[in-house]
Design a protein around this ligand. Structure first.
Ligand code: HEC
Ligand code: HEC
Length: 235
């Protein structure tokens, strides 16, 4: 409890000023310990489905995300990634006032809850998001992805549960594009620095192409092709 209070205090400090080194250490250590507790819990996806009732209003009934709510698709995201992101919001390591509230310790209090939610979301087949770009820069996006991103996120954009690398294939275009800009603008502090160094060299069209390309990638591991909403430019 004391540790969580310290963590929240630390995130408040973080929001207004550069943190003192000790603050960062205690926040990171708290988050690491909590993530460990989540990962060692025996997850119950059925219980996660019930808990997801509190999330569906923003993330959609099938966890497909929403343009109006600015939310990502969560269906089929790796459990390790869902868990890490929730813990990061809770400790103020990733910023978003809505998710920081959702992930606060009095709302989602137990590591078990996060483990159950993550297991449920990981098991959900992807629902069509209906969110794609206009297709104009998809070819550039594909080239850039193959050179700059494929080594970690994988040839099919599937990421890795074991390495905490998010699945990007079939994620919403609107969400992806916002994340890419957020990285360059310094608003996604929990992303590996390699993102900033690679993405800041790209122009608007190239960022657009990356997001568009990824939003159209089919989810092969779920044996289902992405519904593009447009037959014009799959890749
Ligand atoms: C009030 C609206 C709202 C509610 C309720 C909500 N979310 Fe979110 N969620 C968001 C928004 C907005 C984002 C994107 C924030 C950002 O850009 O960092 C997000 C992002 C996330 C992410 C990060 C996904 C990624 O790909 O990195 C996860 C995981 C997540 N939410 C899980 C949940 C879970 C689980 C619940 C229910 C316990 C929930 N959310 C409830 C609005 C909401
Ligand atoms: C060295 C490995 C590595 C490389 C290279 C890399 N990524 Fe990532 N990426 C990650 C990891 C790990 C995360 C999860 C970060 C976190 O914990 O928030 C991530 C997160 C992301 C996210 C956030 C996903 C979400 O659901 O919110 C996006 C978008 C993304 N990467 C796009 C890219 C793009 C585009 C490139 C190429 C320009 C790229 N990445 C290159 C490892 C990498």
């Amino acid at each position: 409890m004391k540790c969580i209070t310290l963590g929240l205090l630390a995130s408040a400090v973080f929001a207004v000023a550069l943190p003192a080194p000790r603050t960062v250490v205690s926040t990171q250590a708290g988050a690491r310990a909590e993530l460990q507790a989540v990962l060692s819990a025996v997850a119950n996806a059925k219980r996660g489905a019930r808990l997801f009732g509190a999330c569906a209003g923003c993330h959609g009934l099938r966890a497909e995300g929403s343009a109006e709510q600015w939310t990502p698709a969560l269906a089929g995201q790796h459990p390790s990634v869902v868990a890490k992101e929730l813990v990061d919001y809770r400790y103020g390591i990733r910023w978003d006032f809505r998710m920081e509230r959702v992930a606060a310790s009095h709302v989602t209090p137990f590591a078990q809850d996060i483990a159950d939610l993550a297991a449920y979301l990981g098991s959900l087949p992807p629902a069509p998001t209906g969110s794609f770009g206009d297709g104009e820069w998809v070819a550039q996006g594909r080239r850039l992805y193959t050179t700059l991103c494929v080594s970690c996120h994988g040839a099919e954009g599937g990421g890795s549960d074991a390495r905490f690398v998010p699945r990007l294939a079939g994620q919403r275009y609107d969400y992806l594009l916002r994340q890419l800009h957020d990285v360059v603008d310094g608003r996604r502090p929990n992303m590996m620095a390699i993102h900033d160094s690679r993405l800041r060299k790209l122009d608007m069209e190239e960022l657009n192409g990356l997001a568009d390309y990824l939003s159209r990638l089919p989810r092969n591991d779920f044996n289902q092709r992405a519904v593009t909403g447009s037959t014009r430019t799959r890749r």
